[in-house]
Design a protein around this ligand. Structure first.
Ligand SMILES: Nc1ncnc2c1ncn2[C@@H]1O[C@H](COP(=O)(O)OP(=O)(O)OP(=O)(O)O)[C@@H](O)[C@H]1O
Length: 320
């Protein structure tokens, strides 16, 4: 139903979307995963028609979806777009936004506090930038309900659950995605949260630097991630040496696929141990290489322990 054909887009000179193609069926739910700044929001906005493509074309069935050069009001009636919504002052800088509620009476304290807050959120380098040039991060439940009111054929969601607490988020996700399936509404969801993608998407597209680097079902992508970048979208992942036919190779493994095993010749020094409710995540180091292991018991930092890979980790996890 949706056909995205070799599209590219640049805000300035450099392509943020770089020759992307994919298609999706009516009623399908597609998740877009990738690190911050890889172009997820921009891709969603180009599909909605907010930008003019520098190359390529987008079709919904027979209908071509066009940018603002062709539509005075961007978007189509049958597509709804729920954007990241910040409620920031668009023409003030990031630091002015952050400092808005701090008193001007204590200027030094205000500057120090603002700098500290920017540091905490990792935006010190953007202190003098205005928010309209930064990527987004907030969604509202009301906006989702409003978008669904007129039964769209395609729903575009950009980080829809970012601001919603866990209890509400789980319930909202279950309700929303069953509503979409029941009503045969196609959905493209840009998300940082791999739970959204693994649990609710029919397919996952992985983006990096404006390109699609993987397009597969959640199960395939999780079980056969190909690169550390892809595996890391699902949590901590390890690249570890392993012996295959007496030859040392590098394997890509998840923390639950490694066992503490003192008889193993592979040893690591424990550096930290995090309580994760039903397990501990043990962090260690082996020849400057970080190792993460899911384990049932707490291990003291400084301990040297052996580990081995679970038997089911197959050769397809060997990195070339
Ligand atoms: N309006 C804009 N003008 C100029 N550059 C922009 C604009 N919006 C985004 N960018 C840049 O384009 C790139 C892709 O941004 P985009 O928001 O699409 O990423 P994202 O993957 O959705 O990020 P996040 O996950 O943090 O929301 C980033 O380098 C960003 O700084």
């Amino acid at each position: 139903m949706l056909n995205v054909q070799n599209i590219s887009f640049a805000y300035d000179n450099e392509n943020v979307i770089n020759d992307i193609s994919f298609s999706m069926r009516r009623g399908e739910c597609l998740a877009i995963l990738g690190e911050s700044g890889c172009g997820k929001s921009t891709l969603i906005k180009t599909i909605y028609g907010l930008y003019n493509l520098t190359d390529g074309s987008i079709f919904w069935g027979e209908k071509q979806l066009l940018g603002p050069n062709f539509n005075i009001v961007p978007g189509e009636d049958f597509i709804k777009y729920v954007a990241q919504d910040f409620d920031l002052m668009p023409f003030a800088t990031v630091e002015e936004n952050v400092g808005k509620f701090l008193s001007n009476f204590y200027r030094k304290e205000k500057a120090k506090r603002t700098a500290q807050l920017l540091e905490t959120i990792g935006l010190s380098a953007y202190a003098k930038t205005t928010p309209k040039y930064l990527s987004g991060g907030q969604q509202q439940r009301i906006a989702i309900a409003r978008a669904l009111a007129k039964d769209p054929e395609l729903l575009l969601l950009d980080e829809p659950f970012g601001q919603i607490d866990n209890f509400k988020k789980n319930e909202l996700r279950r309700n929303l995605f069953s509503f979409l399936k029941e009503n045969n509404i196609s959905c493209i969801l840009a998300s940082h949260d791999s739970t959204d993608a693994l649990s609710y998407a029919d397919r996952i597209i992985v983006m990096k630097d404006g390109k699609i680097i993987a397009d597969d079902t959640p199960q395939h992508l999780y079980n056969d991630p190909k690169t550390l970048y892809i595996a890391s979208l699902f949590g901590e992942a390890n690249v570890l040496p392993y012996l295959v036919d007496d030859k040392e190779v590098l394997m890509l493994v998840y923390p639950h696929e490694i066992n503490i095993d003192d008889s193993s010749k592979f040893k690591m020094t424990v550096t930290k141990c995090y309580f994760r409710g039903d397990h501990f995540l043990v962090e260690g180091i082996m020849n400057d290489r970080p190792v993460f292991i899911k384990h049932s018991a707490f291990l003291e930092a400084g301990n040297v322990t052996g580990f081995s890979l679970a038997k089911h980790v197959g050769e397809k996890r060997i990195l070339s």
